[in-house]
Design a protein around this ligand. Structure first.
Ligand code: UDP
Length: 240
């Protein structure tokens, strides 16, 4: 059973459990997808029914942000902890490398996915990169053909939220892959163009704050975080 945080159900899993489930889904017939919502995406889902539908229909929903963990705690239904999407992806690639599985990288500005591919091949020897495509395409058809023809087992879909969640809902099957994972800005990090917050910020749950310092134009988006906590507190009161 999922833990409800303002209408979005989260799987109450540790990182190890999430990775084990990812590996299981990757080896199962059919197409599956994983979403990694943070508070901003939860707030988006409250206003966008298609985004909510895409998140609800996912095979696994992991709590990417510390804010979601706080929200669940405020609501009195705590989660085991956060499972950052980027670390989930890294662990999954480690497992894929062991079994020679192939990965397609979809998203980010032109050239970024290729740079990420080069770095990932070095970091995870044995990982097969089936192909790449940037995230600024107009039509899905040619991209789907490219992914299907590549024979990829897994696709990292990095188109930003909620575009990537909707894309996976509508196109997951047509990729021919067994597992798709929505990972926001991860390709920018894997390519080396964007640095993750230093560990001290990560440990304190302040990665969002570091990203804000680096990129103050995110302030508009960030305002969804306090709003999310206010909504969680309001929901808790109304449940009493
Ligand atoms: N992006 C894309 N296609 C689009 C819009 C965005 O490929 O139409 C990419 C963008 O280049 C970036 C990622 O999606 O690499 C979103 O990054 P952001 O930091 O906003 O995502 P977050 O991790 O915060 O969800």
């Amino acid at each position: 059973m999922r833990i409800d945080v303002l209408g979005v159900g989260f799987d109450n899993v540790t990182m190890d459990q999430a990775v084990a489930e990812g590996v299981r889904l990757m080896n199962e017939d059919g197409a599956h997808y994983v979403v990694t919502p943070n508070p901003e995406i939860v707030e988006t889902c409250r206003e966008d029914s298609e985004a909510m539908e895409a998140v609800r229909r996912a095979d696994m929903v992991i709590a990417d942000g510390i804010g979601v963990v706080y929200g669940a705690k405020i609501l009195g239904t705590p989660l085991k902890g956060r499972v950052p999407g980027i670390e989930f992806a890294q662990n999954l690639m480690g497992r894929m490398a062991e079994s020679g599985k192939s990965l397609f990288l979809l998203g980010a500005k032109p050239g970024i996915a290729d740079q990420a591919a080069e770095k990932l091949k070095v970091r995870y020897p044995g990982l097969q990169i089936a192909g790449t495509h940037d995230g600024y395409f107009k039509e899905d058809g040619p991209v789907l053909t490219q992914i299907r023809d590549s024979g990829a087992d897994v696709v990292f879909v990095c188109l930003g939220a909620p575009k990537q969640e909707k894309w996976m809902l509508h196109n997951g099957e047509a990729t021919g892959a067994h597992l798709l994972v929505g990972l926001g800005g991860c390709l920018d990090v894997f390519s080396g163009n964007v640095q993750r917050a230093p560990e001290v910020f990560q440990k304190l749950g302040l990665e969002w704050f570091y990203r804000l310092l680096k990129n103050p134009s995110r302030i508009g988006r960030m305002m969804k975080l306090p709003l999310f906590l206010i909504h969680a507190a309001g929901e808790k009161r109304s449940r009493k």
